[in-house]
Each structure stands twice: as structure tokens, then as C-alpha cells.
Design a protein around this ligand. Sequence first.
Ligand SMILES: *[C@@H]1O[C@H](CO)[C@@H](O)[C@H](O)[C@H]1NC(C)=O
Ligand SMILES: *[C@@H]1O[C@H](CO)[C@@H](O)[C@H](O)[C@H]1NC(C)=O
Ligand SMILES: *[C@@H]1O[C@H](CO)[C@@H](O)[C@H](O)[C@H]1NC(C)=O
Ligand SMILES: *[C@@H]1O[C@H](CO)[C@@H](O)[C@H](O)[C@H]1NC(C)=O
Ligand SMILES: *[C@@H]1O[C@H](CO)[C@@H](O)[C@H](O)[C@H]1NC(C)=O
Ligand SMILES: *[C@@H]1O[C@H](CO)[C@@H](O)[C@H](O)[C@H]1NC(C)=O
Ligand SMILES: *[C@@H]1O[C@H](CO)[C@@H](O)[C@H](O)[C@H]1NC(C)=O
Ligand SMILES: *[C@@H]1O[C@H](CO)[C@@H](O)[C@H](O)[C@H]1NC(C)=O
Length: 464
Amino acid sequence: MDKLSCFLLHMARSQHKCIVIFALVCCCALLMALIFSAVDVWGDDEDGITVENCSRTCRAVLVENIPEDLSIPYKDTVSLATGLHELLDKARRSVEIVSPWWALNSTKSGANLPQAKQGQILLHKLMGLRSRSVSLRVASGLTDSSELKALTRSGADVHYLNMTALSRGRLNSSFWLVDRKHMYIGSAGMDWRSLSTMKEFGIIIHDCSCLVLDLHRIFSLYWQLQYKDFLPSIWSKRLTALYNKDKVLELRLNDTKAEAYISSSPDVFCPKDRMKDIEAIKSVIQEAKTFIYISIPDYLPMLNRSKPKYWSQIDNMLREALVLKGRLEVRVLISCGVETEPLTRNFLWSLKALCVESLRCSLEAKFFVPREQSDGRLSRINRSRFMVTDSSVYLGNLNWVGKEIGFSAGVGVVIRQGLTGNITVVERMKAVFERDWHSHYSKALDPDEVPVCSTHTVKDNTSV
Ligand SMILES: *[C@@H]1O[C@H](CO)[C@@H](O)[C@H](O)[C@H]1NC(C)=O
Ligand SMILES: *[C@@H]1O[C@H](CO)[C@@H](O)[C@H](O)[C@H]1NC(C)=O
Ligand SMILES: *[C@@H]1O[C@H](CO)[C@@H](O)[C@H](O)[C@H]1NC(C)=O
Ligand SMILES: *[C@@H]1O[C@H](CO)[C@@H](O)[C@H](O)[C@H]1NC(C)=O
Ligand SMILES: *[C@@H]1O[C@H](CO)[C@@H](O)[C@H](O)[C@H]1NC(C)=O
Ligand SMILES: *[C@@H]1O[C@H](CO)[C@@H](O)[C@H](O)[C@H]1NC(C)=O
Ligand SMILES: *[C@@H]1O[C@H](CO)[C@@H](O)[C@H](O)[C@H]1NC(C)=O
Ligand SMILES: *[C@@H]1O[C@H](CO)[C@@H](O)[C@H](O)[C@H]1NC(C)=O
């Protein structure tokens, strides 16, 4: 009898132990899951704005920087510097910035240039945000930027992302969020040249907390990756995309109906429901009926320049569109410079060849003739990255090169506006494209002539 009760007591104790151990293991597992996934326990508050009561009556302004030495007029666009200053003046609570580089205060060589002024003014204004009780948060891939250090000293909060470890790419996203209400997406980074000597294009959207809420989720994702060297296996629910191709945000832009969503790269940075850039590009190309105009510094269906591996995704989309859509007009504007891969021309030429005779499509390509620097090197000045079709626009941060879209971080915005009888963002961007296309700086792709940008090819020819 004693033996039995002893045995039972022992059982009860070990069972008890078991339960305690089990509970401990559970707790640990939960804790690990919380630590290793980006589940934010405390959350990043969204200022009480929800999908139900966010604003969708928005105003869009197209912004450009056109270097003074180019004789090109602004086409119903506002200068980038003006647009960004307006955003900063509006800020009451917060400014959040992602930029591939920070070089607003020009280096010594450019210190005395009058063109460098705008960058310094902007930097000064950013540093003064704190005194207006506006918080500044920056997500960056740069470890050793003196400018970011200066900003930190003036009260900014900077989070560093190790893109090499996270995706083997770069942080090439370029966008602003102001008061969780207004936003900027464009080609210009925080670089004095973007405000002076480079040709840049972007869009600023005011009073659009619905779209900003969604873009902010991408910012939060970057924010949480500070100093991590691996991606979480589960993304927090609060990073899930709010809108995408199948669930567009219906809004009004300048009092005209529109649909929009945000896309992101690389694929591994896309939590549930987030459109990948490549999917956004695909959907815009597939929906086009009569024309597709593309302005991009680099178009190269290869993984990267030094690794000649075919990267077929966008090339295939264009081929399919040209062959299947009947009467389709495609125009591609490439910005050339010494970096331009000579093979770009061959790939474009092969697309053009599809439209010979039996097909009624057309493909035209032009190269922007770059500026010659004092040392004789050709420097590329165009950074505009957008695509406009009869019904939509796509504006993104990355070049159309496999390595960039596959590995680097960038965001894009798609805006869809059909024929409304009102002047739309889509029509305005088409006008900007056409102005550039017809400017005398653009030279048509010629089979017998090597474009000026590929100087190394020219040299090869002359030495033969
Ligand atoms: C939006 O709704 C949430 C809860 O539904 C509320 O807490 C918040 O104050 C509202 N925000 C505005 C700007 O109305
Ligand atoms: C900008 O650069 C100049 C010299 O090139 C330097 O004197 C100045 O302190 C810098 N400003 C900031 C805000 O870093
Ligand atoms: C970024 O990650 C790479 C690879 O994991 C590592 O070698 C490098 O030291 C990291 N850089 C920083 C600044 O932590
Ligand atoms: C991407 O960012 C890096 C710096 O992080 C920069 O050197 C590179 O030029 C950027 N590329 C593009 C296409 O903007
Ligand atoms: C066109 O603009 C007017 C006012 O400017 C607006 O009332 C109307 O709804 C717009 N049309 C569409 C289709 O958005
Ligand atoms: C191209 O890819 C190869 C292999 O992935 C890599 O070693 C090289 O650094 C890359 N070059 C550029 C310019 O990204
Ligand atoms: C929208 O309206 C603003 C003025 O309210 C104007 O500056 C801007 O150019 C308009 N945008 C478009 C795309 O028409
Ligand atoms: C670059 O800018 C010039 C001048 O506006 C224009 O002619 C050219 O077509 C542009 N190229 C691209 C790729 O945007």
C-alpha cells in the first residue's frame, strides 16, 4: 500500500514537472518566434488612422529636376526642390526618409559650385526639423555617412540596414513620408546633384493617408530590419500590404477618379499581399492596349553587367505584348553613359525586329546623348524611371536590370486612370515622356551606328 502511494506521489510530481517544463518550452518557443520574426509586440502606431477613415481625396504633383544647361521646359511639373520644401514646410509631426545615398552637402570639389546650394539648403532644413518638434527618421544602407551622423546629432533617428546580408543587394529605395499623410516617390535621392545637375522625375501626393499608410508599412519593414543579418521567417501582420493589383485603392487624384497600389523589391522583402515590382510592371504592360512608353536609365535583360546570364522576365513581357496585342506602340528611352552596357542596343534591336512586316506593332528606342565632362568622360544625367501606358503609370526606384530588381530594395507606385475627360496624372506623365522623346537630346537607335554612350565600343571600332 505504501509502495503504491509512494509511486502515485512520484507520478504526480513528475507529471507536475513535465507540465512546468512543457510550459517553459512553450514560453521559450514563443519568445524565440517573437525575437526571430519581426513581430512587433509593441507595434508601430499608425496614428489612429485606419483603412476605414484614411483620406482618399488626394492631390498629385509631378516633380522634376531639369539641369540648367538643358533647354527643356518644365511640363506642368514643379521643380523637385520646390516640391520637397513644400513637404517639409507642411510637416507638423514626422518626416520619414529612405534614400540610396546622402550627399546633400557637396564634397570639397563641389563646395563652391552655385548648383550645390539647393542641397545645402535642404540639409539645413532637415537638421532644423527638431527645433520645430518634428521627428525625422531615416532608414539607410550606408554605414559610414558623415551626413547621417550630422543628422543624428541634430536629433534624427537613423536605422541601418545591412542589405548585403539581407538580400545581397543595395538599398535603392527613394521615398518620403510626411505626417503619415503626404508622400514622395521618385528617382532623386538625397544628393545635391539630384537638385541641380541631374535630370530626375518623381511624384508627390498630398493628403493621401490611405496610400501613405500602405507605403509606411514598407518603411516599418525597413525600420525593423536594423542590424539584422537575416530576414524573419514570419513577417508581422502589421506589415501585410493593404492594397495590391486585386485590391486596389480607389481614390481621387486632383478630383479625378483613380486606382493605385504600391509595389516593392526584392521579392524577399514582400510580406503577404504585397505586390512585387516585377508583378506590378507585368500587370501594367499586360493592361496596355495601344501604347507603352518607358523611360529608364538602364534596360538590360541580363543578371548584371559582369555576369552575362539572361534575365528574361521583362524582356518576355515586352515580347509577348508586341506579338499578341496587335497594334501596339512601344517606345523605350534609355539614358546612356559610360556605364551603359553595349548589349542594351542588341536586345532592343531584337525586340524591334519582331515588328518587321507581318506584325502591326512598333518598337522604337532612343538613347539620350549624355553630357561630356571636363575630363572627356561621358556622364549620364537622366535618372527618370517610369512607364506610362494608355491607362496606367508605373513609377519605380530600380533600373530594369536583373541584378537590381532581383536583389536590391526599391518601391514602386502604380496609378491607373482610364479616359475620364479630365486631365489625369497618366496624361501628364505621357506629356513629359513625349517632351523628352522629341527633344533634340534623344537620338534614335540606328543599326549601323553605335550610340555615343558606348565609348568603349567606339574605341574598339576605331582601333580595328
Ligand atoms: C480612425 O478610427 C480609429 C478607430 O476606428 C480612431 O481611433 C481614430 O481616432 C480615427 N481617426 C480619425 C482621424 O478619425
Ligand atoms: C558641409 O560642408 C562644409 C564644408 O564642405 C562644412 O563646413 C559644413 O559643416 C558641412 N555642413 C554640414 C551640415 O555637415
Ligand atoms: C553586413 O553583413 C555582411 C555579411 O553578413 C558582413 O560581412 C558585414 O560585416 C555586415 N556589415 C555590417 C556593417 O554589419
Ligand atoms: C543603389 O544604391 C547604391 C548605394 O547604396 C548606389 O551606389 C547605386 O548607384 C544605386 N543604384 C541606383 C540604380 O540608384
Ligand atoms: C472630372 O472633374 C470634375 C471636377 O473637376 C469631377 O467632378 C468629376 O468627377 C471628374 N470626373 C471623373 C471621372 O473623375
Ligand atoms: C555580378 O554577379 C557576379 C556573380 O553573382 C558578382 O560576382 C559580381 O560582383 C556582380 N557584378 C555587379 C556589378 O554587380
Ligand atoms: C493637381 O493640382 C495641383 C494644384 O492643386 C497642380 O499643381 C498639379 O499640377 C495637379 N496635378 C496634375 C497631375 O494635374
Ligand atoms: C533624358 O533627358 C533628355 C532631355 O530631356 C531627353 O531628351 C531624354 O529623352 C531623356 N531620357 C530618358 C531616358 O528619360
